[in-house]
Design a binder for this molecule. Structure first.
Ligand code: IMP
Ligand code: MG
Length: 187
């Protein structure tokens, strides 16, 4: 197993505190609705949330993108529970890759007439971008490498790794994921 990019749990935590400070400053006196995209953003959102010093509210969407290869066609599996009309909304994503998912979601959410809508993404793989996405709050810019951990999965696994690990050779992981289980406890 070769090592790719790596973000330790400490690096992630300290960057998230900075993001939370920035968001808290920008939304002072307001109560933004943080919209988490299930399931990848949950761990990031939970850590971000407890550092916010404004009374944020939370809602979730679950989506599935079909058409492998990034057609940008997204189906909503679970919609928001509440209306966002007139509200300050922050869409919270684990990673913006091609940008197709975020573009679909922001177009959809903007149609519900929020007062404001911004994007907060932990990771930005901007070299892969197909459509431009205005990311207001960005954790880390990362190279074009598949990453797992801290919410990001490979076939549903590794979301609960406390660190983020790049997988330079995705074929190895596809063929035999068992060596990657050693990442647990190696934060
Ligand atoms: P986009 O529509 O191409 O921007 O894709 C965004 C979604 O693809 C993310 O929310 C992730 O679910 C998934 N994704 C993109 N890159 C990675 C990665 O490196 N690891 C795990 N999931 C990824
Ligand atoms: Mg996702």
């Amino acid at each position: 197993m070769t090592a790719g990019i790596r973000l330790s749990s400490r690096e992630i935590a300290s960057r998230i505190e900075e993001l939370a400070r920035q968001i808290s400053r920008d939304y002072e006196g307001r109560s933004p609705i943080m919209v988490g995209v299930l399931r990848g953003s949950v761990i990031f959102l939970a850590d971000l949330a407890r550092h916010l010093t404004v009374p944020a509210r939370f809602d979730f969407m679950s989506i599935s993108s079909y058409g492998a290869g990034g057609s940008g066609v997204v189906r909503i599996l679970k919609d928001l529970d509440a209306s966002i009309a007139g509200e300050d909304v922050i869409l919270v994503e684990d990673i913006i890759d091609t940008g197709l998912t975020a573009t679909y979601l922001t177009t959809n959410l903007r149609g519900r007439a929020p007062r404001s809508l911004e994007i907060c993404a932990l990771l930005d793989k901007s070299v892969r971008r197909i459509v431009e996405v205005p990311i207001r709050y960005r954790g880390f810019e990362i190279p074009d490498e598949f990453v797992i951990g801290y919410g990001l999965d490979h076939q549903g696994r590794y979301r609960n790794l406390p660190q983020i690990v790049g997988v330079p050779d995705i074929a190895t992981l596809n063929a035999d994921p068992s060596p990657f289980d050693a990442l647990y406890g190696a934060a």
